[in-house]
Write a protein that binds this ligand. Structure first.
Ligand SMILES: *[C@@H]1O[C@H](CO)[C@@H](O)[C@H](O)[C@H]1NC(C)=O
Ligand SMILES: *[C@@H]1O[C@H](CO)[C@@H](O)[C@H](O)[C@H]1NC(C)=O
Ligand SMILES: *[C@@H]1O[C@H](CO)[C@@H](O)[C@H](O)[C@H]1NC(C)=O
Ligand SMILES: *[C@@H]1O[C@H](CO)[C@@H](O)[C@H](O)[C@H]1NC(C)=O
Ligand SMILES: *[C@@H]1O[C@H](CO)[C@@H](O)[C@H](O)[C@H]1NC(C)=O
Length: 258
């Protein structure tokens, strides 16, 4: 916990100063990365069709951070369903656990958990399990390094959900690891529907409905963990940020454990 950590660091210091520092750090802890203060990872859900009991969505994760890429073993994405939704099937990713699907008899969903955890597939899966930008073992480049590789996508078919833009309920409480802790995600928010352009640029289509979630990185969330130097060097390419010049996040050097 941040409290214990900071209090422990300051156990010999003036308690007023310690309290002020705690407030200062806590106010930044929600989301702040000193090297890329506006960086974020955006997760966009495009509903591409409604089905008799739900919808099919293409979920696209774009890493807009300039420096921080997601390295092996890759991202995990979680959320909590608003109602009793299930995942009938996925393309380009999979839920890590099926959960309790015992109520289903004829066709069995891919995942019945209320809080599914999704991981990317590994490269080389059969062609019919792939979609564009999937299947990279969850590895995503930073925008600064290679925008074309800063995207990861999968398709999810959701059942027992609303079947129109008036009845669908957005998933809640998104969590992202990349691969360690550090990301805080916003609530999903309905945004203007994505317009898709055909490859020849001669035809436009649009998603039936689109919602976005924005996740931001905080070094302080990571530095709650004692091995901050190790995680720092593994999140950043060492040629960009040598360790240990600023191993604990640089906002306030006095809080660094030497
Ligand atoms: C996420 O980053 C992109 C690119 O830097 C920026 O345009 C967008 O405003 C950011 N979104 C939020 C919610 O900060
Ligand atoms: C819902 O879909 C209908 C028909 O496609 C559209 O006219 C309407 O603007 C949509 N509403 C919202 C809130 O997106
Ligand atoms: C989402 O998170 C909030 C705050 O952590 C919690 O109060 C709420 O119960 C969670 N919602 C669900 C559906 O788990
Ligand atoms: C939603 O996310 C996409 C990136 O996937 C971004 O281009 C778009 O601007 C975002 N929309 C809003 C309203 O934040
Ligand atoms: C770090 O970035 C440099 C330059 O972009 C690249 O040549 C090098 O391979 C990268 N190293 C790692 C470990 O990713």
């Amino acid at each position: 916990m941040p409290q214990t950590n900071i209090m422990a660091l300051n156990k010999h210091a003036n308690p007023v100063i310690a309290a002020v520092m705690f407030i200062f750090m806590f106010s930044y802890a929600a989301a702040y990365d000193p090297l890329d203060p506006n960086g974020n990872i955006t997760i966009k859900w495009d509903v591409i069709s409604w089905t008799p009991d739900g919808y099919v969505a293409v979920v696209t994760m774009t890493n807009f951070q300039m420096y921080r890429h997601i390295m092996s073993p890759g991202w995990t994405l979680g959320w909590v369903w608003a109602k009793k939704e299930v995942i009938w099937s996925m393309v380009g990713a999979q839920a890590t656990e099926q959960g309790d699907c015992s109520k289903f008899t004829s066709s069995i969903p891919h995942c019945c958990k209320r809080n599914p955890t999704i991981v990317d597939l590994l490269p080389g899966v059969p062609y019919n399990q792939q979609i564009a930008n999937c299947c990279k073992g969850g590895v995503v480049s930073s925008w600064g390094q290679d925008p074309s590789a800063a995207v990861s996508s999968f398709q999810v078919s959701v059942g027992r959900s609303g079947t129109s833009n008036k009845t669908v309920k957005l998933p809640k409480n998104f969590t992202l690891t990349g691969p360690g802790p550090g990301y805080t995600c916003s609530q999903a928010k309905i945004v203007p529907s994505t317009v898709f352009m055909s490859p020849d640029g001669r035809r436009k289509t649009h998603a039936w409905m689109t919602w976005n979630v924005t996740c931001t990185y905080s070094q302080l969330l990571v530095s709650q963990y004692p091995k901050c130097c190790v995680s720092f060097s593994s999140f950043y390419n060492s040629t960009i940020t040598p360790c240990p010049t600023c191993a604990c996040g640089c906002q306030d050097k006095t809080t660094c454990v030497e």
